[in-house]
Design a protein. Structure first.
Length: 244
């Protein structure tokens, strides 16, 4: 396969989540208009930030006139999961030139990770061609996200109240689809449940701080559970070796 064919594979694998992301992008553009922000602000954020859920969080905090440290820290925590994605993918891309890795870092989203990572698992992508499929997925999402942001901005100005249509459920549905395949182990379930419960309990905190704290709690609980399981497994292995 040539480069374009590999990129096409990545784009095709991303189609289901691209469809789910279309209402998401429309909603972001319309919300910027409803919050009284410049249309160019939303367009520039999608073009240069390209962070999906973090853009929604930042937009809401900006509309609330939250302090800059709250905006930065909250979006930082929300995006911490990308460090895990990057750490998982680095073994496949560490041999690539730095400019290529920078581009891939910019294009790392939940959807692209979910679309491309399984390709490595099943053997349809490897160190030689996986980054090409990744670029196909990234570019298809990038184009969709920016086009729908512009359409959302225009629709928000022409159709008042569009932000009340419930399009935000597309974000929820997309993330449910992304995380469901990974709910096979105790650590993932504990992370999901602890973050979900704490987000409800802490929903009354100002400036959406409940989201920040819940994300930290979820990651911490998942890490502790995973570490405990690994320790138990090592202990059992050691005991079996001793018994032999």
């Amino acid at each position: 396969m040539n480069t374009m064919q590999h990129m096409r594979r990545g784009a095709v694998a991303s189609i289901p989540m691209i469809i789910g992301g279309i209402p998401f992008g429309l909603l972001f553009g319309s919300l910027a208009s409803s919050y009284g922000l410049s249309p160019w602000f939303a367009v520039a954020m999608s073009a240069f930030v390209f962070a999906g859920s973090a853009q929604f969080v930042a937009l809401g905090l900006i509309a609330l006139h939250a302090p800059i440290w709250v905006i930065v820290s909250t979006t930082f925590i929300v995006n911490l999961r990308h460090l895990l994605y990057a750490a998982d993918l680095v073994k496949f891309v560490k041999h690539l030139p730095m400019p290529m890795r920078v581009i891939m870092g910019f294009g790392l989203t939940d959807e692209t990770y979910a679309a491309v990572r399984p390709m490595y698992e099943v053997g349809s992508a490897d160190e030689n061609n996986g980054h090409k499929a990744y670029l196909g997925s990234f570019l298809s999402f990038y184009i969709m996200w920016n086009v729908t942001t512009v359409l959302g901005v225009l629709s928000g100005e022409l159709i008042p109240g569009m932000s009340d249509w419930g399009l935000e459920f597309a974000m929820v549905a997309t993330f449910i689809g992304i995380i469901t395949p990974y709910l096979k182990h105790k650590a993932f379930w504990l992370c999901l449940l602890s973050a979900g419960v704490s987000s409800i309990v802490l929903s009354g905190l100002p400036n959406n701080l409940g989201l920040l704290v819940s994300a930290v709690i979820g990651v911490a609980m998942g890490f502790v559970s995973d570490s405990s399981n690994k320790t138990i497994s090592k202990s059992e292995t050691s005991m079996q070796e001793v018994s032999k």
